[in-house]
Design a binder for this molecule. Structure first.
Ligand code: SF4
Length: 281
């Protein structure tokens, strides 16, 4: 777990599971694997053959979010994939219990295995918790089918992380999607992001009322290319959760954040996405 309390608009990562294995081209330069091998958290490369050893459930970390009283955006398993086949259903159920017990936080779950995540959500997230967002990563057009699986998951908000974006996504269907994040790859082996791929996604998201967030161009470092697209930043947030909460008459994290930021959520979310820099799925 990471709690950068030095940042005024704090937010966090929570890793009750660590370790993963690679499933598609977006995993090639997995930052979570790089960190894990560098610091000795994993002994073996994140190859499927090593998954039994690399994927670890950490019951002792389950209650970490409950210790934070202030509302936070929490990225769940930034160093793993909650829907990895090595993760036990019962353990995911315990994660959901913690999220249910911490309505002050908003939990963001991102996977490259949305078919299993949807199964898990039907079991543990139906009816949907208003403070849990479910997302999937899509790096090229072949993997837009992940979004079809995500759409079947009961969720207050569904999002797509097109990062690292490795090609255009002409097949991407944004129906029932609330938020689209686009970003280029960073690191010494970064693969380039064509501006027209990002523009096309921005224009389609905007036309369909999907919140659009342009995270970064990428490069040798995350900030190397900046994060402006056509002369401005794009920091939109999904409004689905606010809508759900309004229907339920509750007041949650985003409402609080919106009030604190005068109705804009850019600063808080930019901080949150900084944390996604090392995000695996
Ligand atoms: S954490 Fe994500 S990027 Fe890394 S190997 Fe797993 S699915 Fe791929």
């Amino acid at each position: 777990m990471s709690d950068k309390s030095a940042i005024e608009w704090t937010d966090a990562t929570w890793n009750p599971i660590t370790g993963c294995s690679k499933v598609s081209p977006g995993c090639a330069n997995c930052y979570a694997e790089t960190l894990s091998l560098r610091f000795g958290w994993s002994q073996l490369p994140w190859h499927p053959a090593n998954a039994e050893e690399n994927v670890v459930q950490h019951p002792e970390r389950l209650d970490q979010p409950a210790k934070w009283r202030q509302p936070r955006m929490i990225f769940v398993n930034s160093m793993s994939d909650i829907a990895h086949e090595q993760v036990e259903d019962a353990f995911v159920g315990r994660i959901w219990d913690q999220m249910r017990a911490a309505p002050q936080h908003t939990f963001q779950i991102l996977t490259k295995r949305p078919a299993r995540l949807a199964d898990l959500a039907r079991r543990f997230n139906d009816p949907p918790l208003p403070n849990v967002w479910l997302g999937t990563s899509v790096e090229n057009d072949r993997w837009t089918r992940r979004v079809d699986d995500l759409r079947t998951a009961p969720a207050a908000a569904r999002f797509i992380s097109a990062e690292p974006l490795l090609g255009p996504l002409p097949s991407l269907d944004l129906t029932d999607i609330h938020w689209l994040i686009v970003g280029g790859e960073s690191g010494v082996k970064h693969r380039p992001l064509d501006p027209d791929w990002a523009r096309d996604l921005r224009d389609r998201a905007t036309a369909q009322g999907v919140a659009f967030f342009f995270k970064q161009w990428g490069g040798r470092t995350p900030k190397a290319g900046g994060r402006e697209l056509d002369g401005r930043t794009w920091d939109e947030m999904p409004l689905a959760r606010l809508s759900v909460e309004a229907q339920e008459g509750s007041r949650g994290v985003l409402t609080d954040l919106a009030a604190r930021s005068g109705g804009t959520l850019d600063i808080e979310m930019a901080a949150g996405l900084e944390r996604l820099e090392g995000h695996g799925p």
